[in-house]
Design a protein around this ligand. Structure first.
Ligand SMILES: NC(=O)c1ccc[n+]([C@@H]2O[C@H](COP(=O)([O-])OP(=O)(O)OC[C@H]3O[C@@H](n4cnc5c(N)ncnc54)[C@H](OP(=O)(O)O)[C@@H]3O)[C@@H](O)[C@H]2O)c1
Length: 254
């Protein structure tokens, strides 16, 4: 079984490790021995070893996933050459990575938290054709993956699919609150919103957003009054601006 070494044990490392659990052997690397042990136990990771290090990581012949914060990258010193590096850190370019650690291949990846339940979407970029098969083998295990043609598209895509769960979380919370305001209890309102997202995501696979909207908006009906309120609140512009702000921030991290 191939071993994947994950540096980090935070939220994204958890989503990735849980998705890969049982399909690959895992190695969890980081600076806090206790956190690594808890991470392995709490997530019931099978076939997993730990590598605790204060500073220096020997990456010789490893397949690495970098799942630490961008500012933490240079906290560690990397010795020798790895086989492949998959970098999920927002804003860290391949050229920046090449200046910090040596690898036969480099790949940038923007995953999302749905990897935790095998429904993640990972956006990938590499200029090395040889890494593509390995990349798909790993990241398709977490859901699905899409390769983009240009490295800068990773940050654009990440601002949608990487940050998107937070934006949709905000929408879900707002709709649950709206149900409560209209007199539903929390349980019913939450169930309605869960069902709404579930059905909507399936519908979106077969219909365009515009046709779903039109199908739901009958002339002089109730939905159009709600749409007018959303347009008055510049909802589209708010989402476009949010994605733009996240993209701009990602660019400042490199
Ligand atoms: N969360 C998402 O939805 C998402 C989506 C796409 C990409 N990402 C990317 O995933 C990466 C990890 O994000 P996350 O949400 O998993 O963060 P997180 O839960 O806060 O975990 C951060 C990880 O970085 C390590 N770390 C932080 N500061 C460090 C330092 N100074 N030196 C060494 N290690 C340090 C932490 O270890 P310690 O506990 O020892 O500090 C921990 O393992 C980020 O680069 C982010 O851009 C996240």
């Amino acid at each position: 079984m191939q071993t994947i070494s994950i540096i980090g044990y935070g939220k994204m490392a958890k989503a990735i490790a849980c998705g890969l659990n049982g399909k690959f052997a895992l190695e969890i690397i980081g600076r806090d021995k206790e956190k690594i042990q808890n991470f392995i136990q709490e997530n019931n990771l099978l076939n997993t070893t730990s590598l605790h290090t204060e500073k220096i990581i020997d990456i010789k012949d490893k397949i690495l996933i970098l799942a630490i914060k961008p500012y933490a990258l240079e906290y560690f010193k990397y010795e020798n050459q790895s086989i492949a590096v998959f970098n999920i850190m927002a804003g860290i370019s391949i050229s920046k990575l090449q200046s910090i650690l040596d690898s036969k291949s480099y790949c940038r990846v923007m995953p999302n938290v749905a990897s935790l339940i095998g429904s993640g979407l990972s956006v990938l970029y590499s200029d090395d054709i040889k890494i593509k098969k390995l990349a798909s083998d790993i990241f398709d295990t977490l859901g699905s993956s899409i390769f983009v043609d240009k490295e800068e598209q990773i940050d654009s895509a990440g601002a949608i699919s990487g940050c998107g769960p937070a934006y949709l979380g905000l929408v879900a919370e707002a709709l649950i609150d709206a149900g409560i305001k209209e007199g539903l209890n929390l349980d019913i309102s939450t169930k309605l919103v869960n069902g709404l997202f579930d059905g909507f995501s399936k519908l979106l696979q077969v219909k365009s957003p515009n046709s779903i909207r039109l199908d739901t908006t009958s002339p002089g009906g109730t939905t159009i009054d709600g749409i007018v309120e959303l347009e008055n609140s510049a909802t589209r512009a708010a989402f476009i601006n949010a994605v733009h702000a996240a993209h701009k921030k990602a660019k400042t991290l490199s």
